[in-house]
Write a protein that binds this ligand. Sequence first.
Ligand code: PBG
Length: 331
Amino acid sequence: MTRGLDLPRRPRRLRRSAAIRGLVRETRLSAESLIYPLFVTTANNLRKEVSSMPGVFNLSVDEAVKEAAAAQRDGVPAILLFGVPDTKDATGTGAADPEGPVQSAVRAIKRDVPGLVVMTDVCLCEYTSHGHCGVIVDDDVANDVTVELLVRAALSHAAAGADVVAPSDMMDGRVGAIRSALDKSGFTAVSIMSYAAKYSSAFYGPFREAAGSTPSFGDRRSHQMDPANVEEALREVELDLEEGADIVMVKPAMSYLDVIWRVKSTFGVPTAAYHVSGEYAMLKAAARNGWIDEPRAMMEALTSIRRAGADMVITYYAREAARALALQGTK
Ligand code: PBG
C-alpha cells in the first residue's frame, strides 16, 4: 500500500491511550463466552482442593450447587460437569447411574440455579477401574461396545435435565449414536458439544488427578489424536458435524490455536476450545513462584484463544476472568 508521500508510517498513533486502544481492539473477551468445569463427587459436604490445580475443588453435590450459583452471579453462563464416583468397575457402569454424582448435580443445579446452561462430560474414564475411556477387549479400548455405554450415560444426563451433553471419549461414531438415541427418547432439545479434535496431550495430567482417571496401563493414543496432525482434525470435525454435533471442540487450546483457526474458518460452526488443566496449572505454578503476573497472563491466554476463532472457552479461570472483566467495565 503506497500513499504517494514518503512519510514515515506510525502505527503507534493508535496505541496512545486506553481509549484509542479500545476503539481499535479486534477481539473482545466477555464472560458470556466462558464455560466453567466442576468436579462432582458422591461425598457429603465436601470441598477439597485439587493439589495440582489451586482454586479448583472436588465438590459434593450441595457444594457444586453453591459453586454453580456463584459462577452465575459472576456472569458465567454455563458449567461443564465431571463425575468423581466412589466405586468403579471394568465397564464403567456408574457412568449411567441415575443417582450418580453428575446426574444428581444436574437435577439439583437445574432446580436451584435456573437459567444456567448445564453441560455434562460423557466418558467412561472416571468410572472404569482401569481408567480407560471404554471397555477393554484384547488390551484395546473396544469401540462399538463402548459407544453403547456412552449412549446410556448421555441418556441418563439428558433424563436428569442436562442442556448439553459433551462426549469426550473420541470413539468413532459416538456422536451419531448419541444423537439418534436422544431423539428417539424425546430429548430433541438436548444439544451435543463434541470433543471433536481432542489430542493425546500431556496437558491433561492435573485433570486426571482431580478425576482419578489416570490409565492404570498404557495411554490414550489409540483414540486421542496425534499432536502433529491438523488435517486429521478437520476430518474428525467434519464427521462429528455430519453425525449431528451442534458445537465442536478443540482441546487443548493454547498449543492448538492453529487447529482452532482452521476449524472455525473451514466450517464456520459454533466452536469451543478447552483451556485444559495443565494449561491452568502452569500459570498457577508460575504465579505462585512470583514468575508471572497471573491476572494479565490469564487474560492474554483467554483472549488469544478467542482471537484464534473460538466462540466459547472452557476454563478453570471462568469465574476469575468473569470477575476481572466486570471490574474492567466499571473502571
Ligand atoms: C476425559 C476427559 C479428559 C479431560 C476432559 N475429559 C481427560 C483425558 O482425556 O484423560 C481433560 C480436561 C483437562 O485436562 O482439563 N473424560
